[in-house]
Design a protein around this ligand. Sequence first.
Ligand code: PGA
Length: 237
Amino acid sequence: MKKTLIVANWKENKTAPQTKEWLEEFSNPKFQIPNNVGVVICPSFVLIPVLRSHFSHHTSHLSLGAQDVSKFEEGQYTGEVSAKMLKDFVEFVIIGHSERRRYLGETDEDVAAKSVLALKYDLIPIVCASSVKEARSWKLEAGKDAGGWRLDDVVFAYEPLFAVGSSEPDTPENAQKFAQKIRAEVGLDVRILYGGSVNAENVKSFVSQPDIGGVLVGQASLDVAEFSKIISNSVQI
Ligand code: PGA
């Protein structure tokens, strides 16, 4: 059975000193990561080395992810960070988050191109979709590339637009319905997360749905006490 995945999306938050503070607090032995839970922290690019140096002496349940990757493999693309560069630092990469689609004009084609490159360099893409249509389009576009990857290697996150950063989560029943539909579109083996206003109180109701294998957490991941509660509540009965 796959571990429940708890992914922290820090977005454009935290400086290096704030990251060190977060890490010190999170390293407190009172915060344990249960055996059947995997935690992925996705900070901004510049903070990745700060977390990485710390993780070397932390638990095996903890991984790092980036929040984006270039759609270009390498070359003259000022400011971009490629999958080839990232693979030495992280295991996961969030792709196609609704904030990138909305504020940075990211298209379905971009999301597919980034996913294919991530897979080529052995990164696990966490592909965000706010609708079944976006998931379908991803399958169509990314599927054109005949890479040797398996859908098993992809994580999907169903993130309804109204729920992201709003304190108004979707209902677990509705999230389950969408997870089921996304699975029907993209493939049976894919792991599907729910994201949007997840907190310590509601996490269990989402991860106990049969098609939801974890959560993508924004705001509530910035605070160690709340994030740790999310981790422990995700497994409590
Ligand atoms: P939120 O963000 O938990 O703050 O709603 C989730 C996300 O954007 O991934």
